[in-house]
Design a protein around this ligand. Sequence first.
Ligand code: NAD
Length: 518
Amino acid sequence: MQTETKTDITDILSQLGIKDANPAYSTGLTWGGENNAETRTIHSPTNGKRIATVNMASEADYEQVITTAQQAFLEWRTWPSPKRGEVVRQIGQKLREYKEPLGKLVSYEMGKILQEGLGEVQEMIDICDFAVGLSRQLHGYTMHSERPTHRMYEQYHPLGIVGVISAFNFPVAVWSWNAMLAAICGDVVVWKPSEKTPLTAVACQQIIQDVLQENQVPEGVFNIIIGDAEIGSKMAHDERVPLVSATGSTRMGKKVGEAVGRRLGRSLLELGGNNAIILTPNADLEMAIRAVVFGAVGTCGQRCTSTRRLIIHDSIYDEVKERLLKVYPNLPIGDPLKDGILVGPLIDKDATAAFLDALERVQQEGGNLLTGGEVLEGEEYATGTYVTPAIVEAEHSYHTVQEETFAPILYLIKYSGDVNNAIDIQNGVRQGLSSSIFSSNLLETEAFLSHWGSDCGIANVNIGTSGAEIGGAFGGEKDTGGGRESGSDAWRFYMRRQTNTINFGRELPLAQGIKFDF
Ligand code: NAD
């Protein structure tokens, strides 16, 4: 790897221990080794400057990583889970130590504002804490047997290699959600980060090195492999990878899900969202507007849980519109590492093009662009990735509204009558990730949470669609892929479940009273 020399980023990289040379990790990794010739240069979406040039993994690298990981699994699975938890605890401590530089690197490489970059690292710390506790709680049920002197219980065993494919917008947190749970479960992890944000992945690997070495963690428990979709696809087809946890677009998830399904492996899919907030006549608009703005423009509309649709009762529609139109033109847009900035850039020019294209199409369908939709120009915005967040009045049925455009576009949709009409609109898209309602009316909020209410994996009351805590299981339904990761009992998916029946008597009674005497 060669790094950019004359920007502040060199400081950040050196604080993270990333040096100018291709680092040789002792614990299993290969992130593009010496076997290949292909390199990729990463530019920051914040200022267009080159951050680094990374080696892309070849097939030989891939093989090396997978075989090292397979070997490591044989030893790692024999470690008692609380001992594995102790390693994760120390990783959490390291992340605390490096929160600031890693948060900055996330911000610089991905483009989210520093507060959100730091928040992302905090999520990693939180999941480490969660996983440490969990390492003493990997429990199954015990059941009463129908047969005398028999005992039944179930237990959970490690699976093997967990392949993690992650998206650019949460370049490090998604890895930790998967990797920390997998690690305490006794699995080993091969992480293929987004090719758009490989450096933060290298940084994570670097940060945890000392902990792995000091604890004599076998080489190959935490691996990264820098590559593009092809490497991800190899993992999806590879029978040596029993679980593939893939985060990204629905298009990608369908391919990965199909490939893993064809070999009857397990896939955990965390895909696109098209999230809505419902504002009923009983909404506290002061609170709601803050949640809507954070949800729609935070991370420049590039969260899977970003608010894309606002479903507003017709009695309050004009007021909501007016309030939003007061806030939007004054949003501070610019370098995400600067104090006071709330909206950073899109990830690249392709994302800008997709933003403009969606706005054009929705207007052709009859949408009314109320504000935003421009690409900012001038020295500070020379990358062509800074845009003004847009608000469009639209009909729910428009094709463009039915899609996820990964950019800050908020569609205002009117509903009339009771809350069930709003819920129908909210559910009337293919995606099913996050949803929320603002109302202080119990009948409305309970209808939203009932079995005929929101069909999403996440349904919130009086908070927005984005900004989940790690304690809950995270994921969504329909085109969002059905996976659950992070908190609650998501860990079970990273283990294989075994039912055990033990006979401690001297007879061999058969279940269901079957007689089979000879
Ligand atoms: P993307 O689908 O372009 O890429 C995501 C990852 O998948 C990358 O690492 C990429 O290399 C890999 N990939 C792409 N095609 C593949 C294939 N055929 N086989 C294997 N791997 C493949 O997504 P992106 O642009 O990086 O991220 C944005 C998308 O991710 C949005 O749709 C967003 O909603 C979604 N996302 C979802 C969640 C969630 O938890 N539900 C979280 C973050 C992002």
